[in-house]
Write a protein that binds this ligand. Structure first.
Ligand SMILES: [Zn+2]
Length: 318
């Protein structure tokens, strides 16, 4: 009698342990994708995303996982924030704290250098000349943008970036692509964040995102690709230098195969979580000493859905 009770008890424990282990490994084990596209919409505030204004982004939010309170770094400027996004380091670690860049390229490991070293193909499309600082040709198979050392004029509108992506993607489906769209930041500085001009720039950027997603869908790799949309900072008035929620809070949305749909992550996510998460999605390991962490929720498979659902609830904005 005692034996059978013990046995039943241990079977129950064994089942619980096994179930727990399956759920945990389900989250951690998400199979790598073959392609990741990071889209950084310069100066996009999450509260500018609405169904009528940015329908493509809204659809991504509904189809994927998004952070309800993702934060950029201090200073909340384009170059320091993008260095954090692509390295996984906080600004006090990478020490790039100014917008002005010299003649050289950023020399420490980035998602591009790590992917390239692992034998993956990489591409970068950008719309501000200073971002060329992060476009070291040694780490990239394809570059579209206003490069500092080349006297070639490049159309940097969101629509032109989408065109360039479409052309490049038709000849090579890069494993890791970074795309930067500048319009919202420009409109914010001229007319103010959340002004009519800023919101119409949001729609333009959203159309470009829609075109990029359509190119990907038409190329037949939708089942093997993850798309991450984020921003370097928000804005308030006509700037983004102060420390306030409208400036520090950024969108952070991920859609990929097996990503649970319409889920908001409540815990704090930082812009520097982007790099290790992107590397994990591609099945690559990140350097061990990063400030950023892999946001495991974005690569949950079917078995992981239950636990991710318990951890999160829907975004209050929607
Ligand atoms: Zn700016």
């Amino acid at each position: 009698m005692l034996f059978s009770r013990l046995k039943r008890g241990s079977i129950l424990v064994a089942i619980l342990v096994a179930t727990g282990a399956t759920l945990l490994s389900g989250i951690a084990r998400g199979a790598p994708v073959e392609h990741v596209i990071i889209i950084s919409i310069d100066g996009l505030r999450p509260d500018a995303i609405s169904a009528t204004r940015m329908p493509n982004l809204q659809r991504l939010i509904q189809r994927g996982v998004h952070a309800s309170n993702a934060q950029t770094v201090r200073p909340s400027l384009t170059i320091p924030a993008h260095v954090s996004m692509l390295t996984g380091l906080d600004s006090n670690r990478h020490k790039v704290t100014r917008e002005t860049v010299g003649r050289g390229y950023y020399g420490q490991p980035t998602v591009h250098s790590i992917a390239k070293a692992a034998g993956l193909t990489t591409a970068m499309f950008f719309s501000k000349e200073k971002l060329d600082f992060l476009a070291n040709p040694d780490n990239l198979d394809f570059i579209y943008g206003p490069q500092r050392h080349r006297k070639i004029s490049v159309d940097t509108s969101a629509n032109a970036i989408a065109d360039a992506f479409d052309t490049a993607w038709s000849s090579n489906k890069y494993a890791l692509t970074f795309i930067h769209l500048r319009e919202l930041d420009g409109a914010g500085h001229w007319w103010g964040w959340m002004s009519k001009a800023y919101l119409s720039a949001a729609t333009k950027a959203d159309r470009a995102v829609g075109r990029i997603l359509a190119t990907v869908a038409d190329s037949g790799v939708e089942e093997k690709i993850a798309v991450l949309v984020t921003a370097d900072h928000g804005g308030h008035g006509r700037s983004h230098r102060e420390i306030r929620p409208e400036i520090m809070t950024i969108p952070w949305v991920v859609v990929g195969p097996g990503t649970p749909a319409g889920i908001a992550i409540e815990k704090n996510i930082h812009i520097y979580d982007t790099a290790p998460t992107v590397l994990a999605l591609l099945g690559l390991s990140a350097p061990t000493n990063l400030d950023g962490h892999v946001i495991e929720e974005v690569r949950a498979d079917t078995k992981g859905r239950l636990s991710t659902f318990i951890l999160m609830r829907r975004w209050p904005f929607l």
